[in-house]
Design a binder for this molecule. Structure first.
Ligand code: ZN
Length: 258
């Protein structure tokens, strides 16, 4: 059984900590080493491995310092020369057992936010970096809109009880945009209430279940008639594929909301 715990970093990042009831710990996307080292010191845990989803500095910036503190550290990440310090390059179809854990994690290639973005999924948990956010998704940097749309479709096909371990606390802002897309949604109104209370209590809104994302995240709802109509209204034309609907939604949020 994999236990998960979000370590806050910077202003709105989460570094996910994975443990299994032993002294061994794994972290995902340590953009900053300091909060990780502090957490390990307080809990008496030993870092055995790091998982990296993509090359952005707020996900990798702590790697050097963690590798210096733990010389045996294994670092798993995508095949991308922009990420120095990996010990294990992994891709689609790989199944890894991170050093120090017994749980196996499958690697999914989920390009779009970046061209080489990967996600790790196992024991009902998805570590999705900046691909999927609670009630939203990542921006398109050096991937393409079509890639991100396809990657999100693959994530949407995972079991509905999968817990989505997102890398940022963007939920309330994302829900505001979701409400633009589906102003009549009761599921959204309920989620806004719940997540607003969590934030007022300084608690994270993640992980969220994939089932909740499927009912409230517009970027996973590109086949819903109401979402399609809202996207077409923004685009000013008919949109015939989920990828076209996704692209219109992402551009709408980029240009008018963020
Ligand atoms: Zn990123």
């Amino acid at each position: 059984m994999l236990d998960i715990h979000p370590i806050p970093a910077f202003s709105d990042n989460y570094i996910w900590l994975l443990t299994e009831g032993t002294k061994n710990a794994v972290v995902v996307d340590p953009g900053d080493a300091d909060p990780v080292l502090e957490h390990l010191r307080c809990t008496g845990l030993r870092l055995t491995a790091v998982l990296i989803t993509h090359h952005h500095y707020d996900h990798t910036g702590g790697l050097d310092e963690l590798a210096a503190a733990y010389p045996e550290l294994r670092v798993y990440g995508p095949r991308d020369s922009r990420i120095p310090g990996l010990t294990d390059q992994v891709g689609e179809g790989d199944s890894i057992q991170p050093s120090g854990l017994t749980t196996r994690l499958d690697v999914m290639e989920v390009p779009g936010h970046t061209s080489s973005h990967i996600a790790f999924v196992g024991d009902g948990k998805l570590f999705c970096g900046d691909t999927l956010f609670a009630a939203g998704c990542g921006r398109v940097f050096d991937g393409t809109f079509e890639q991100l749309s396809h990657s999100l479709e693959r994530i949407a096909a995972l079991p509905a009880d999968t817990l989505c371990c997102c890398a940022h606390e963007y939920t309330l802002a994302n829900l505001g945009f979701a409400k633009w897309v589906e102003p009549q949604s009761k599921a959204l109104t309920e989620r806004i209430d719940t997540d607003t209370q969590l934030r007022q209590a300084s608690k994270p809104t993640v992980p969220s279940s994939l089932a909740l994302e499927l009912s409230t995240n517009p970027f996973l709802r590109t086949q819903d008639p109401g979402v399609i109509a809202a996207a077409e209204n923004f685009a000013g034309k008919r949109l015939s594929t989920p990828s076209e609907v996704f692209t219109a939604l992402r551009r709408w949020k980029d240009e008018k909301y963020d």
